[in-house]
Ligand binder design. Structure first.
Ligand SMILES: [Mg+2]
Length: 318
């Protein structure tokens, strides 16, 4: 077992961003499949990790948008909505598997149209999908030293696309899980889940988080949901981490075996696990992660820049 007190902060930042990308990319081929289809193919999480689908691991919109969040934090030191939207628009590649609603909003961003009105109107009351939570991990890292600020900045990072309170809170809870994981040396399940559930405003999150603290059998992980709604995926990802805090492989493998929104749930779970464990991603997966313009090497550099930006704001007390 890795001694967490020996981990550098930078290795946790890198573990988080790469953990997110590998979870996303490994989950992507299974997106939308029922759990039965996947468990017919793989006996358990380890089997899936040891025998991934052949070919390069190509990440999707989850990682693409998290990159935009990290880039804007590196540049501004906090969430600046204008800069964030600029990064989302500059990075937008429709073939990364954006959801239909996100496409409409992002294409408006690219064209300079009123994307906020679209975000509010596309779904009545705004989206409570997991699109804000899937990209929020860099906020959790950046503000890991200040939970109050982390909570506020996570909200700001959600707003360009998500105005529904449950969509926003899903991002806040996920960011906090990443922040806590990245500062924890010895994982204490009760403490971890109590910290998270105490911070929640809605029973939709605090209730399942309290139940997740009691989870001990992987077969019950599915009870937390596998959907695209933030309320049926954010706690699932956190619970997958809580079940196997010392294993990145089991965390993302179990998330993918649930079926449904596999890429996003594995991305979120992988980000938390990587923030806690640092360099814990199996080499055969890491070596297969795409490494072009914004691939593996870019993510490593971005993690290091984000870490420097984090250290800057902690020194200046911003
Ligand atoms: Mg995706």
């Amino acid at each position: 077992m890795i001694d967490k007190s020996q981990l550098t902060i930078e290795s946790r930042f890198e573990g988080c961003l790469l953990g997110l990308a590998v979870g996303d990319a490994l989950g992507a081929p299974f997106e939308g499949k029922p759990a039965d289809d996947i468990t017919r193919q793989y006996r358990n999480a380890q089997d899936l990790i040891e025998n991934p689908p052949p070919g390069e691991l190509w990440y999707t919109d989850d990682t693409q948008m998290a990159i935009g969040v990290a880039e804007s934090l590196v540049k501004c030191g906090r969430i600046n909505e204008r800069e964030l939207c600029k990064r989302f628009a500059a990075n937008y590649l429709p073939q990364r598997g954006y959801g239909a609603g996100a496409k409409v909003v992002l294409e408006a961003m690219v064209d300079g149209r009123d994307h906020k009105a679209l975000a509010a109107n596309h779904f009545p009351g705004g989206s409570f999908g997991n699109g804000a939570a899937m990209r929020v991990a860099p906020v959790g890292l950046m503000f890991r030293h200040n939970q109050k600020q982390l909570w506020q900045e996570a909200r700001l990072s959600a707003l360009p696309t998500h105005v529904h309170p449950l969509g926003i809170e899903g991002a806040q809870v996920l960011a906090l899980a990443v922040g806590i994981a990245s500062t924890t040396e010895a994982f204490d399940r009760d403490e971890f889940f109590t910290n998270l559930s105490d911070k929640c405003n809605s029973l939709e999150y605090s209730g399942p988080l309290r139940r997740a603290a009691q989870l001990s059998d992987v077969r019950n992980l599915a009870l937390f949901g596998n959907g695209i709604e933030a309320t049926s995926s954010v706690v699932t990802a956190i619970a997958a981490f809580g079940l196997s805090p010392y294993s990145y492989e089991e965390t993302i493998g179990n998330a993918i075996l649930l079926g449904g929104d596999t890429d996003t749930i594995a991305a979120m779970a992988g980000a938390i696990s990587g923030a806690y464990l640092g360099p814990a991603i199996p080499n055969h997966l890491l070596e297969n992660l795409e490494d072009r313009e914004q691939g593996k090497t870019y993510l490593e550099t971005l993690a290091s820049k984000l870490c420097a930006a984090h250290e800057k704001i902690t020194k200046t007390g911003q």
